[in-house]
Design a protein around this ligand. Structure first.
Ligand code: AHR
Length: 500
């Protein structure tokens, strides 16, 4: 069975970039994070009181320092599945008086030592030295939580008047409101693993009622609807019922395969998911007669990453060990977000530390996994505007993960996966994943400038990893004068950058 198609003889690989053709603005929120009370994300990840590596508040300084490099604009909290049995009031007030609770998502015990106030302080610490603060994004408990509790949480965070929960925040030492803009109406409420799993009908009814009340309390909040993966009848139904009440529609996808080509092409299923969701949003607007002046409902891709829950089970902390193949898959994921930036209002890699994360901690320090490097490069450079790019390369035509993806790829998945941006500083950035395990490609890069900065993420083989005492996947830098062809080596991610 053919799985690869080469270019016809006489044809050479080609990438064209047209920096003058701006397609859409990339929302800075695309590079968001996510911290859940799960495994070692919070405890032992961002928060470890008593560790010599932590500050007086218990925040791991090495983690903060590393994450500042990513310039994260927003962090989602406190779950994830965890939130379905979380009562936020357990996590405020004097720490030694907070109750320990059984936790039903990952079957642990929640000490509540870290709660809303600690999260807000941690975001302040993360944002130190930045022009803009790191935005909090809170997910509401649609499982065992009540609307009263949700309203109280919004009041605690945002209340400015002389009211009970606003005063409670002040009494806890926080006179200023936290101004939390982003609130999610539940997490994966459709999932059989969810405490209080719901039907789409029940969910939509409840989401509208909660949205109505939450907006009465705070008209400035941005409400995020709980979607599935963008291709489900759940997405269709809840958008139809709730389109007038929400600002964004959330979708989640994790991709993974132990087979390299399936692994690196799997994020293209997310690209399809985004396109389908965007159509469902338009359809709901049309069918429900939404006013044309209502701003577009954007997609909030608030959980994405490479993750195989069988390889790294959630109740064991989901500590995935990422390979070079996974790093290339993450680069394809990020290319997808750039290519589809028109529809993306926010995206959050799941998760930010230790749990399916590019950044791992040990008692003695941190490890940057293979997936750290594409995230770092994109977050640093792939901002501003998506610009037109075109690729001609050989393709992968074999089986995919998920299987339906193969039938939607048309000519197949290009072995060179590409996106391009122009930033406000006038730099053009071209991100290229060469997913071939065997072939280097010499490419005619049309539209490239002179004095090109080249960043390459590579390793000896697609199974290479970074772990304690072993750094096989690394970032290298060099310069290219932009003349002739550029050779993208096999299984690499390359970012080319030049002044337009
Ligand atoms: O990110 C890990 C888990 O994956 C989240 O808690 C849940 O929302 C998803 O299923």
């Amino acid at each position: 069975m053919t799985t690869f198609t080469k270019l016809a003889s006489g044809e050479t690989p080609l990438i064209e970039v047209d920096a003058n053709k701006r397609l859409s603005k990339i929302d800075p929120m695309t590079y968001g994070g996510f911290t859940e009370h799960m495994g070692r994300c919070i405890y032992g990840g961002i928060y470890e009181p008593g560790s010599p590596l932590s500050d007086s508040r218990g925040f791991r300084k090495d983690v903060l320092e590393a994450l500042r490099e990513l310039d994260i604009p927003v962090v989602r909290y406190p779950g994830g599945n965890f939130v379905a049995t979380y009562h936020w009031q357990d996590g405020i007030g004097p720490q030694d008086q907070r109750p320990k609770r059984p936790e039903l998502a990952w079957l642990g015990v929640e000490t509540n030592r870290f709660g809303t106030d600690e999260f807000m302080q941690w975001l302040d610490a993360l944002g130190e030295g930045k022009d803009q603060r790191v935005e909090p994004y809170i997910c509401l408990n649609f499982g065992t939580g009540t609307l009263d509790e949700a309203l109280a949480w919004v009041e605690y965070c945002n209340g400015t008047r002389d009211t009970h929960y606003a005063n409670l925040r002040r009494a806890n030492g926080h006179p200023e409101p936290y101004r939390v803009k982003y609130w999610a109406l539940g997490n994966e409420c459709w999932g059989p693993w969810q405490v209080e799993q719901m039907t789409k009908e029940d969910y939509a009814k409840k989401a509208v009622q909660w949205a109505k009340a939450l907006r009465l309390l705070d008209p400035d909040i941005c409400l995020i609807l709980c979607g599935q993966d963008g291709t489900a009848s759940w997405d269709h139904y809840v958008l139809q019922e709730c389109i007038s009440w929400v600002d964004m529609h959330s979708i989640h996808i994790y991709t993974a395969s132990n087979q390299h080509m399936k692994n690196v092409t799997a994020p293209l299923a997310a690209e399809r998911g985004i396109q389908i969701t965007a159509s469902l949003i338009d359809l709901a607007r049309i069918e429900k007669g939404v006013s044309p002046t209502k701003p577009p409902v954007k997609i909030c891709f608030d959980e994405w990453n490479v993750w195989d829950p069988e390889r790294a089970p959630g109740d064991k902390g989901a500590e995935e060990m990422y390979t070079l193949s996974d790093a290339l898959a993450v680069a394809v994921w990020l290319n997808v977000f750039v290519r589809q930036s028109r529809y993306i209002g926010m995206a959050n890699i799941a998760q930010t530390v230790n749990v399916i994360s590019p950044l791992m901690t040990s008692k003695g320090g941190i490890i940057k996994q293979s997936t750290w490097w594409p995230l770092w490069l994109f977050s640093r450079y792939m901002r501003g505007w998506t610009v037109a790019s075109h690729v001609r390369s050989g393709t992968y035509d074999g089986e995919t993960q998920p299987t339906w993806l193969q039938g939607t790829l048309g000519e197949g998945a290009p072995l060179l996966d590409v996106s391009a941006t122009v930033n406000d500083d006038g730099y053009v950035n071209l991100a290229v994943v060469n997913s071939s395990e065997t072939d280097d490609f010499s490419v005619d890069v049309k539209g490239v400038g002179k004095d090109v900065l080249v960043y390459t993420v590579s390793g000896p083989q697609v199974g290479s990893i970074n772990a304690e005492g072993k750094e096989e996947v690394s970032l290298s830098e060099k310069k290219w004068n932009g003349e002739g062809t550029y050779t993208f080596a096999k299984h690499t991610f390359t970012l080319l950058r030049w002044k337009s």
